[in-house]
Design a protein around this ligand. Structure first.
Ligand code: HEC
Ligand code: HEC
Length: 268
C-alpha cells in the first residue's frame, strides 16, 4: 500500500470512528461517495440546540476529525493534506468557495453543512454523511465562526418550472460561449464540466449560486447577469454534466479513498 494511503488509513478512520461512538464497521455513505455517488446534502430540519452548544461541540469534533488535513489552526497545514492537490482549504483566512453569500460575508451554516455532508468530489475532502446530523451542524457552526466577513442574507433562488427544457439549454449553450465560460472551462485552467462530477452539486439553486457569486480564491469571478440568463446557464451546465452515477468518472482521490476504506475496514 502506498505510504500516502497508510497515512490516511491511520489518520482518517480512527478519527471518524472515535466520533461515531458506535462499533461502526464501515462508512457506507463515505464508501458510496468514494465510488462516485453524489450524496444528498440536505438536513432533515433546522440545526438542533443553541448556537453556543453547536459551537462548543463543533470545536470538540474538529480536533479528531478535521485537524489532520486542515491543521490545528484550520489554516490548511495538516500532515495528512501533504501533497494533496488541491490542498486542504485555509478555513480561517480564506472565504470558502461553495456558499450562498458574497465572498465578503460569512457563508451560512447550511452551506457548510452541505459541504461537510457531501464532501467535494475529485478532491481529498471526504463526505461526512455517516456522522450524526447534529455533529455535522456543530462542525458547520464551528467552521463558520472561523470564517472572515460579516452576516449577509443568503441567495435562495427558486428554479423556474421549465428549467431543463430544450429552449433554455440552447440559450444557455450560447451564453456559455458568449460569457467566456467555454474558453476557460477547457480542462486546463478550469475543469471540463462534461468530464467531472461537480465538486459541489448539480442542484439548480447551488449551480445558480456558483455562477453568480463565483468561487472566491479561484479564477471563477462573480457575474451579475439577469436571473433568466443565469437559469439558462444552469440548464446548459446541467445538460453537459456527466449523468449521475456515471461509471468511469472516478478520480484519483476517490480511488484512493475507496482503497483506504477497503484496506482499513478489516482492521476496525
Ligand atoms: C483527508 C483530508 C481532509 C479532511 C480529513 C477534511 N478535509 Fe476539508 N478539505 C480538504 C481538501 C483537500 C479541501 C479543498 C478542496 C478544494 O479546494 O476544492 C477541503 C475543503 C474544505 C472546505 C472548504 C470548501 C469550500 O467551499 O471551499 C470546508 C468547509 C472543509 N474542507 C471542512 C472540513 C471539515 C469540517 C472537516 C472535518 C469534519 C474536514 N474538512 C476534513 C481535505 C480534508
Ligand atoms: C477565468 C476562468 C473561468 C471562467 C471565465 C469561468 N469559470 Fe467556472 N470555474 C473556473 C475554475 C478555476 C473552477 C474550479 C474552481 C475549483 O474547483 O477550485 C470553476 C468551476 C466551475 C463550476 C463547477 C463547480 C463545482 O461544483 O465543481 C461550474 C458549474 C462553473 N465553473 C461554471 C461556469 C460558468 C457557467 C461560467 C460562465 C458564466 C464560468 N464557469 C466561467 C474558472 C472559470
Amino acid at each position: 500500500m502506498p505510504v500516502r494511503l497508510l497515512l490516511l488509513c491511520a489518520l482518517l478512520l480512527p478519527g471518524a470512528l472515535a466520533l461515531a461512538q458506535a462499533p461502526a464497521q464501515d462508512f457506507p455513505l463515505l464508501r458510496a461517495w468514494a465510488g462516485g455517488a453524489e450524496l444528498d446534502g440536505e438536513p432533515s430540519g433546522p440545526p438542533p440546540g443553541s448556537h453556543e452548544e453547536r459551537l462548543a461541540r463543533g470545536k470538540e469534533l474538529f480536533g479528531p476529525t478535521c485537524v489532520r488535513c486542515h491543521g490545528f489552526d484550520a489554516r490548511g497545514g495538516g500532515a495528512a493534506g501533504y501533497g494533496m492537490e488541491p490542498r486542504p482549504a485555509n478555513l480561517a483566512d480564506q472565504p470558502v468557495k461553495f456558499r450562498s453569500t458574497p465572498a465578503s460575508a460569512k457563508p451560512t451554516e447550511l452551506d457548510l453543512f452541505r459541504t461537510i455532508t457531501r464532501g467535494l468530489h475529485g478532491t481529498g475532502m471526504p463526505a461526512y454523511a455517516d456522522l450524526p446530523e447534529a455533529d455535522r451542524w456543530a462542525l458547520a457552526a464551528y467552521v463558520r465562526s472561523l470564517q472572515p466577513g460579516s452576516d449577509a442574507e443568503p441567495l435562495a433562488p427558486t428554479p423556474p418550472p421549465d428549467l431543463d427544457t430544450a429552449p433554455r439549454i440552447t440559450r444557455g449553450g450560447k451564453l456559455f460561449a458568449a460569457e467566456g465560460c467555454a474558453a476557460c472551462h477547457t480542462g486546463a485552467a478550469a475543469p471540463d464540466l462534461a468530464k467531472r462530477i461537480p465538486k459541489r452539486s448539480r442542484a439548480p439553486a447551488e449551480l445558480y449560486a456558483t455562477i453568480t457569486l463565483g468561487l472566491p480564491g479561484t479564477a471563477m469571478a462573480p457575474r451579475a447577469l439577469p436571473a433568466g440568463d443565469l437559469w439558462d446557464l444552469v440548464a446548459y451546465v446541467r445538460s453537459i454534466l456527466p449523468a449521475p452515477g456515471s461509471q468511469g468518472i472516478h478520480t484519483q482521490e476517490q480511488e484512493a479513498m475507496t482503497q483506504v476504506i477497503d484496506s482499513c475496514a478489516n482492521n476496525l
